[in-house]
Design a protein around this ligand. Sequence first.
Ligand SMILES: N[C@@H](CCC(=O)N[C@@H](CS)C(=O)NCC(=O)O)C(=O)O
Length: 205
Amino acid sequence: MNKPRLTYFDFAGSRGEECRIALHLAGIEFDDVRVKSADWPALKESMPFGAMPVLQMPGKPALAHSNAILVFIGRQHGLHPVDAFEAARHEAMMCAVEELRHAITPTLRISDPEQKRAAREALAANELATWGRQVERQLDDGPFVGGQSLQVSDIKLYMVVRWLTSGTLDHVPTTVLDHCPKLLRLYRAVGEHPGVKAWLAKSAQ
Ligand SMILES: N[C@@H](CCC(=O)N[C@@H](CS)C(=O)NCC(=O)O)C(=O)O
């Protein structure tokens, strides 16, 4: 292996896609390994923590957990704050995205339609609404978390806002974050970033 390798499921979303975008913005040429769901059970045990994404750098052990991967890339390529406190503040935002995803995940496994509706409506009214408010009050003039320059924390927020407002989560209205204008402005700014746009056009093909 002579270049970095990012391994994730074969779709252009979530934790894997945010790492791919960061690698792309960093200008790192990488092997974009996309695992089919059917092949995952056989691979799971070989991953450091039994999950993906996983980044492999030449000569180093595999690195798991999207936030660790993002911070690693960000620190080396000007996509994460140099100031320790500011960096920690960005990392707290990234942790909050992970916590939110963990709150949503159990609802993905509900098969009964009425139970699913109830769980998703409660999620939208409670956890999602609260999370949005909490993030919103930590955003400033923006458009990004740190002001004018896009960082890995912005990519992470972008990816989760895209999911929540896409209408793909049944019973979660696309307006669920309408009470968070700064967060929606950040989402638009990331989506309009030329490097992000270029990657998304390529990744979705
Ligand atoms: N905290 C981890 C969570 C990783 C995770 O749960 N990944 C999911 C895909 S987004 C996964 O690998 N699911 C398959 C499984 O756990 O078997 C991270 O941020 O990377």
